[in-house]
Design a protein around this ligand. Structure first.
Ligand code: B12
Ligand code: SF4
Length: 440
């Protein structure tokens, strides 16, 4: 959970739980629904009226808290259903702790589950599989109306790439599914916030037909005059089509989050993302093309690949600065359950934090939970600190923000993003100390 009270910057890091809002959108009107988002603060469940049914979602890192909440309601005799990414990846573990588990996407199965609940015939397990993009209902944006800086929407599901560390292809499939444009535009109009996170894992896709559809969507969004400013995740090929960039900016795109992952070709091969250097791509030039459209770029990198040597932290900070990205997100290589990396690391007995479910709390990608080939525990933490300390030094932050001020590229957003990350870095240093104590 991200605790908004831990730091005022967390307000910009708390995003709406869209999965639950979509689930609410799938729920027939005779059910009265309340969404509790513990990122905004844990409610006193005992003081609330007794519900007829509790549905819980959780990432792997939130599983322990999910089990505590489940245990509370089960003690009261309220049936508890859990779904989402962790329930799908760790079915057996979750089945032991709730009354029923829904794996996969919910669109095809949730109405049936609710019917079973009404008839007192809840089964221990359901599988929703993958939904048709046209069957995704608008999320209930009205249910979480305050407390967030950003609204949220999803326009596509799945990712055609299959990076070894990523859960997306395992969970949402490699088939890239794009929602009907009219549905997306209609749903955008239901969002009250001016700023929106488009949660897609890969906003524009990789093939010509994906890109053509993305252009159509952006045209429709601009025509609908939505007046939204949004950020999204995309792959670096976003930079390859000037028309796409122009249309995205006209539709309100103000920032993209791109997974560069590694600074070397060998590293990219190791994680199955050669895509990033296909056709000898000049990443610096790609980033420049995106930023010329007043779209900020956040670059994501991983520390802990087998090809990473001591010095990798500073190297990432220097290369990210050379690419001229506006911000970075650097994570420890983490074997998430259900991924190919998990299979590989488990087979090689390289996962060090494996006291489950308790240890899941460290699967936030911000702790080193495995053995890394060329970096010791202290070594890899020192690399992360060196990376953050270099990239978020005050002179570098000011240089980036000044560059954006001169280029009229959202200097305020760039300043807030950098200061928030710098603050997060200071919090992380304290967390590493506690983490090492936990390992002793
Ligand atoms: C948006 C997002 C975030 C937001 C979170 C917003 C929020 N409050 O939920 C932010 C940016 C904060 C975030 C943070 C993190 N994230 Co994230 N995130 C995503 C992303 C891109 C989209 C999630 C989403 O909204 N999907 C759209 C909704 C509609 O889909 P859904 O949630 O899957 O819900 C559907 C089904 O799962 C099901 N369902 C879901 N819940 C339930 C519950 C019940 C009862 C039922 C019946 C069904 C059901 O029904 C829904 C409709 O079909 C996913 C990738 C993905 N494709 O899921 C990664 C993803 C979930 N994140 C991931 C990770 C690792 C993290 C972090 C741990 C690390 C990081 N730094 O990114 C942190 C977690 C921090 C923490 N607090 O612990 C991993 C999770 C893997 C795992 N095993 O847990 C994913 C899969 C990405 C990946 N590349 O692997 N994330
Ligand atoms: S490109 Fe991104 S979403 Fe797609 S598999 Fe790789 S990391 Fe996951």
């Amino acid at each position: 959970m991200t605790n908004v009270k831990e730091s005022r910057w967390n307000r910009y890091r708390v995003w709406k739980p869209l999965g639950l809002m979509v689930l609410a959108g799938l729920t027939p009107p005779e059910w009265e629904i309340t969404i509790m988002d513990e990122n905004l603060g844990a409610p006193d469940y005992a003081a609330l009226p007794r519900p007829d049914l509790v549905g819980i979602t959780a990432f792997t890192s939130q599983a322990n808290r999910a089990y505590e909440v489940a245990a509370h309601f089960r003690r009261l005799g309220v049936p508890v259903i859990m779904g989402g990414i962790h329930a799908t990846a760790c079915l057996d573990e979750v089945m032991e702790r709730v009354d029923s588990v829904v794996t996969g996407e919910a669109e095809g199965i949730w109405p049936q589950v609710l019917e079973h609940v009404r008839h007192g015939d809840l089964k221990p397990r359901y599988d929703g599989g993958l939904s048709e993009a046209g069957n995704i209902p608008p999320a209930r944006h009205d249910l979480l109306a305050s407390g967030y800086a950003f609204g949220a929407i999803q326009t596509t599901r799945g990712c055609p790439l299959n990076c070894i560390f990523c859960s997306v292809t395992a969970f949402n499939g490699a088939k890239y599914r794009q929602r009907p444009i009219a549905d997306v535009v209609r749903e955008f109009k239901l969002i009250r916030e001016k700023r929106v996170l488009v949660v897609d894992d890969n906003l524009v896709g990789t093939r010509p037909e994906h890109i053509a559809r993305a252009k159509e969507l952006f045209r429709a969004m601009a025509q609908a005059n939505l007046r939204k400013e949004w950020v999204a995740q995309t792959t670096i090929n976003f930079a390859d089509d000037e028309e796409l960039l122009t249309l995205a900016a006209e539709a309100g795109c103000r920032g993209v989050f791109i997974g560069f992952e590694s600074t070397t070709k060998e590293g990219l091969s190791e994680i199955g993302k050669k895509f990033n250097h296909r056709n000898g791509r000049d990443i610096r030039a790609s980033v420049r093309r995106i930023r010329q459209h007043n779209i900020l770029v956040v670059g994501s990198f991983i520390i802990g690949l087998d090809t990473d040597e001591p010095g990798i932290g500073r190297r990432i900070a220097e290369i990210a600065s050379r690419y001229s990205v506006d911000n970075i997100n650097v994570l420890f290589l983490t074997p998430l359950p259900g991924t190919r990396l998990w299979d590989r690391m488990k087979a090689a007995d390289r996962i060090t934090l494996d006291g489950y479910p308790e240890d899941w709390k460290y699967y936030t990608l911000t702790f080193p939970v495995a053995r890394y080939k060329n970096l010791s525990l202290d070594g890899i933490i020192a690399e992360m600190i060196a990376c953050d300390r270099t990239f978020y030094s005050m002179p570098r932050i000011l240089r980036r923000v000044w560059g954006n001020l001169r280029g009229r590229r959202q200097p305020l957003m760039s300043l807030v993003g950098n200061l928030s990350s710098r603050n997060n870095f200071h919090l992380s240093c304290k967390k590493y100390t506690a983490f090492k104590r936990y390992l002793e």
